[in-house]
Design a protein. Structure first.
Length: 334
C-alpha cells in the first residue's frame, strides 16, 4: 500500500506544472507579456537529477516573471532527443552522450545539432556496481570467468546510467547477450524499484551512476548483504579511451561500512537547451545559477559543485548565445 501511495504521489509531481505565485522580477530584466511555459527533462523520479532540476527551476520561477515549468522523467541518452525535437526546452545530459548526439554516433541514429549548452554543472556521476554478497564474487571479471547467470538491473532505458552500465559490463568482458546466454537477465527499472528487487532477492545486482553519497544509493550501500565492486584497471582504460569517461574513486567512508576506496569512472552532466530558446531567458537563467547559488545549495547540496570558472569548460556542444553573453560579461569566456 505504501509503495502504491508513493507511486501515486510521484506521478502527481510529474504531471504538475508549477504556476507563478507572486514572482518578483530579477535585476533589470524586462518581462515580456507572453507566458514562458517550459518542459524540463530530468532523470528518474527517484534519482538526483529530478530533484536538482526542480530546485533549479523553482529558483527561476521565483525570479523570472511569467515562467512556469513541468519537470518530466527522462535520461541522459533520451534528453538530447527530447530537447532537439522540441518535446522539452531544457534538460540535463552527460557530455559523453551530447558528443555522440551531435555527431550522430551510437546510440543515436542521426545528428542532433540544435542542442546547446548552458553550463557544466560540475557534478560527477560515479558508476556504482552493487551485487548481492550471496554471489560470492569480488569483481565483475569473476562473473565473466564463471559465466554466471547474473540477474542485473541497469536502470531506466534512455538514461546515461543505463548506457554506462552496459559499457562497464562489456569493458569487463560481460555483454548483455552474454548474460542472457548464460541464463541471466537484464531489467530496466527506476532506481527504487531496482533496489527493492535486489532486496527481495529477485535480482542479483544493480549498476548505474549517481553522485557519491546520493541518499538512495547511500541507503542501499549501507545494507550488510550488498557489496560495492570496483572497476578493474583495464576496464577503466577502455571506459576512458573509447567513451570519454573519467577515472575516479569513491573514497572510503563515503558509505556506511565502506572501508576501502572503490576505483571506478564518472561523467559530468551539462545543463542544456534548444538552440532557438530566447537568448534573454537563457541569459537570466545562467546569471541566476551563480548569483542565487546559495539559494540553490539550500535546495540541494549538489549545487556546491557549481563553479563559474569551469562552467563554460568541458563542453562537447556549442554554448547557447545567452549563456555565452553572461560568461563573457564575467570574464570567464573570451
Amino acid at each position: 500500500m505504501k509503495s502504491t501511495m508513493l507511486k501515486m504521489k510521484q506521478a502527481a509531481v510529474v504531471m504538475t506544472t508549477v504556476a507563478v505565485l507572486g514572482a518578483m522580477p530579477f535585476a533589470a530584466y524586462d518581462a515580456r507579456a507572453e507566458e514562458k511555459a517550459y518542459t524540463v527533462s530530468a532523470g528518474s523520479i527517484s534519482g538526483s537529477w529530478f530533484a536538482i532540476v526542480t530546485t533549479m527551476f523553482e529558483t527561476y520561477r521565483n525570479n523570472i516573471p511569467d515562467l512556469t515549468y513541468t519537470t518530466v522523467p527522462g535520461g541522459s541518452v533520451a534528453n538530447p532527443i527530447s530537447v532537439g525535437s522540441g518535446q522539452s526546452q531544457f534538460g540535463m545530459s552527460y557530455s559523453t552522450n551530447l558528443f555522440a548526439a551531435a555527431r550522430g554516433d551510437a546510440p543515436y541514429k542521426s545528428k542532433i545539432d540544435n542542442v546547446r549548452a548552458i553550463a557544466n554543472t560540475g557534478l560527477s556521476a560515479y558508476i556504482h556496481i552493487y551485487v548481492d554478497r550471496k554471489l560470492g564474487v569480488e569483481s565483475i571479471r569473476a562473473i565473466a570467468d564463471g559465466k554466471m547467470p547474473l540477474k542485473v538491473d541497469t536502470g531506466p532505458r534512455g538514461g546515461g546510467g543505463e548506457l554506462a552500465a552496459g559499457r562497464v559490463l562489456a569493458a569487463h568482458g560481460v555483454s548483455y547477450d552474454n548474460i542472457k546466454e548464460w541464463g541471466g537477465s537484464i531489467t530496466y527499472s527506476p532506481y527504487r524499484e531496482a533496489m527493492d528487487r535486489v532486496n527481495d532477492k529477485q535480482i542479483d545486482a544493480f549498476i548505474n551512476d549517481d553522485l557519491p553519497g546520493a541518499p538512495l544509493f547511500a541507503e542501499f550501500a549501507a545494507k550488510e548483504d550488498i557489496l560495492l565492486l570496483p572497476q578493474e584497471p583495464q576496464a577503466i582504460k577502455i571506459m576512458e579511451e573509447q567513451y570519454g569517461y573519467v577515472p575516479g574513486v569513491i573514497r572510503a567512508g563515503t558509505y556506511k561500512g565502506q572501508t576501502e576506496d572503490i576505483a571506478t569512472t564518472y561523467q559530468t552532466p551539462l545543463f542544456i537547451t534548444r538552440a532557438d530558446t530566447d537568448e534573454e531567458v537563457v541569459y537570466q537563467m545562467t546569471k541566476l545559477l551563480f548569483e542565487k547559488k546559495d539559494d540553490l545549495v539550500t535546495g540541494h547540496s549538489a549545487f556546491k559543485a557549481l563553479d563559474i570558472e569551469k562552467a563554460a569548460t568541458g563542453l562537447t556542444i556549442p554554448l547557447h548565445p545567452g549563456a555565452a553573453r553572461y560568461y563573457r560579461e564575467m570574464g570567464v569566456l573570451q
